[in-house]
Design a binder for this molecule. Structure first.
Ligand code: ZN
Length: 150
């Protein structure tokens, strides 16, 4: 007989084994820090996060990582195809957990990015790629700020 009171006390099933497999399949060794950061990043709905935000979240979750490690891990995840980098300028990047083709609004007042669905922008007249090259993707970032109230 199953004691349901005991089941209620159990923690919810961990996604750790699954994320370990995701990291392995992406060609990354599932170190403790990578798995912990993957859990923070990929454990919920799609989102856009900066290295600084993720570092704060890691501190809040008592994951002991330096900001430099967070930067390196984000770039490793990006190179492995788990994340997409959205560079809004030379000094500011966000990492998108949704790697599908889509574009972004950059909300300048709030310093965050939100999605524009891929089919709502029609790209025309793109130049041909230089000889021997091909276009991999096109990133459109539409910068917006609040209209002044009169
Ligand atoms: Zn996005």
């Amino acid at each position: 007989m199953v004691d349901f009171r005991l089941q209620a006390l159990r923690p919810p099933p961990s996604r750790r084994p699954c994320l370990t497999a995701v990291l392995r399949m992406a060609g990354l060794r599932p170190t403790r820090q990578r798995v912990a950061l993957a859990e923070l990043l990929l454990g919920g709905p799609h989102r856009h996060v900066s290295a600084e935000q993720l570092h704060l979240e890691a501190q809040g979750a008592r994951v002991n990582v330096s900001l430099a490690t967070v930067y390196n891990t984000l770039h490793q995840f990006q190179e492995a195809g788990l994340l997409r980098e959205v560079a809004v300028d030379a000094s500011r990047s966000y990492f998108d957990t949704d790697t599908s083709d889509h574009h972004h609004f950059y909300l300048e007042d709030e310093q965050r990015v939100i999605d524009i669905p891929a089919n709502s922008i029609v790209l025309q007249g793109l130049p041909e790629a230089p000889r021997g090259m091909m276009v991999t993707h096109v990133d459109v970032i539409v910068r917006v700020k609040k209209t002044p109230q009169i």
